[in-house]
Design a protein around this ligand. Structure first.
Ligand code: ARG
Length: 473
């Protein structure tokens, strides 16, 4: 069966149904550039090692660039050729003849697909880290803008203590810092070259594993050849980071959906980032935010599927690994798009600081401050808590309606606490959640942003090696 590179030991043609079933061509388009870059690096190494003549290596490298251009300009993959690796090699041989047949020297599709998958994982983790940092920058800017705007902080979704909107937004920013860190760590996990591992135990030819690793911007090698062809931990780590990031996106989206209801009224959805109802003319719906909650579940499902696939495999390569690629790519795409969509929603909507401030009017969120006033006059905290609790229970209206006499009756030391009860506006400085506290947190967040942006830039520079191989002869 000569139409397949592995056709030599086969008499019968593969069933078209099985050909379609085993094909990875649908997702392999995403690997094309990486596959060609990997082949260029491999060919240079073969040339350096004397396994190809210099002119053969050059012909292959040129031919690979032509083949890439042809596929990118619309030449279809041949479905009989299973995957991108066999398509590129076959197209190359068709294009340049004899030397093309030497490209696969010392290489297997097993180390080749591991390589391509690591390269696409680098690209996806960088894209997600960038999206997180961009959103982080927006949150810092919005936190700065709202650094003095008071609002209730919540526990159990019940009004708890006053904070500022800036303070609240910086908690969301802190989540994104960790997400960006995790994506960068996932990049590092992916960034080792499996090339030279061959099918599982290398080759008896004098290969140099270091040169292609260096040409492709890797930090080093996956040393063990069997590990190199079977390890997909980096995909699981990448999607683990994505799933964790989507927990944050989804939680934030949920909060904004609530805040956009007239019951809260804290968040005014921009027209450009909401949708209407085909029936009810008055509606403005937070559909993008709702989709973030649902899409987070898809990423979690991908993580569960990846763990499931990986946990049933004997060493070394098994075809099951092919199914991990679309799960990874799908999850990373959803995550990047969701972070960017959340960015868009926030950039094109507005918070309503007046509604937030009004939620403090009844004085309920000053209760803890009253108890702490008692503590400052020497009352044990348990007793103070009890006294203020009783005050809340027996008040016939909002706490804000209480007089100095009411306070003094609840506890003698509360007689002087009326200004505390009546305090509105942001929490006093020296208190957590105060504007000066938020300013301090903001400068910590911005320093962290600068550090992460630098870490991202270093990794982008490593990844740029791929495009260099594809463009410069
Ligand atoms: N399409 C395959 C994959 O994605 C490439 C490697 C095939 N290797 C093999 N021994 N059949 O995993």
């Amino acid at each position: 069966m000569p139409d397949k590179p592995w056709g030599g030991r086969f008499e019968e043609r593969t069933s078209p149904r099985i050909e379609a079933y085993t094909s990875s061509l649908s997702e392999d388009a995403r690997l094309l550039r990486f596959d060609v870059a990997g082949s260029i690096a491999h060919a240079r190494m073969l040339g350096q090692q004397g396994l190809l003549k210099p002119e053969e290596a050059q012909r292959i490298e040129q031919g690979l660039r032509d083949v890439l251009r042809a596929f990118e300009q619309g030449q279809p993959f041949d479905p009989a050729l299973e995957d991108v690796h066999m398509n590129v090699e076959a197209a190359l041989t068709k294009h340049i003849g004899e030397p093309g047949k030497k490209l696969h020297t010392g290489r297997s599709r097993n180390d080749q697909v591991a390589l391509d998958t690591r390269l696409v994982a680098r690209e996806r983790t960088l894209a997600c880290a960038q999206a997180c940092l961009d959103l982080h920058a927006l949150l810092c800017a919005q936190a700065e803008h709202h650094v003095r705007d008071p609002m209730p902080g919540f526990t159990h979704l019940q009004r708890a203590m006053p904070v500022t909107l800036g303070h609240h937004l910086l908690a969301r920013a802190a989540q994104l810092e960790r997400d960006a860190q995790r994506f960068l760590a996932s990049f590092d996990q992916a960034n080792r070259s499996p090339l030279g591992a061959g099918a599982l135990a290398g080759a008896s030819l004098p290969l140099d594993r270091d040169l292609p690793a260096q040409l492709l911007g890797f930090d080093g090698l996956v040393e063990h050849s069997m590990d190199a062809v079977s390890d997909r931990d980096f995909l699981i780590q990448g999607v683990g980071s994505a799933a964790q990031c989507m927990v944050h996106v989804s939680g934030f989206a949920e909060e904004l959906v609530l805040w956009a209801t007239p019951e809260f009224g804290y968040f005014r959805l921009g027209d450009a980032v909401s949708t209407g109802s085909s029936l009810m003319p008055q509606k403005k719906n937070p559909d993008p935010l709702e989709l973030m909650r649902a899409k987070a579940m898809r990423v979690q499902a991908a993580l569960a599927a990846l763990l499931g696939i990986a946990s049933k495999l004997p060493l070394a390569y098994n075809r099951d690994l092919q199914e991990m690629k679309p799960l990874f790519l799908g999850a990373m795409d959803i995550t990047e798009a969701s972070v960017r969509a959340l960015h868009e929603v926030l950039a094109r909507s507005a918070f309503d600081p007046q509604r937030m401030a009004a939620a403090l009017d009844d004085g309920a969120t000053q209760a803890t401050a009253l108890a702490e006033h008692l503590v400052r006059s020497g009352v044990p905290f348990r007793e103070a808590h009890e006294a203020v609790g009783r005050l809340v229970r027996t008040a016939t209206g909002p706490l804000s309606a209480l007089t100095q006499e009411d306070l003094a009756r609840a506890h003698p030391a509360l007689g002087s606490a009326l200004p505390i009860l009546q305090h509105r506006g942001p929490p006093a400085s020296g208190t957590r959640g105060s504007p000066s506290d938020a300013e301090r947190l903001l400068s910590v967040a911005r320093a962290q942003h600068a550090e992460l942006a630098e870490q991202l830039r270093l990794r982008q520079a490593k990844h740029a090696a791929v495009e260099r191989l594809l463009t410069s002869p």
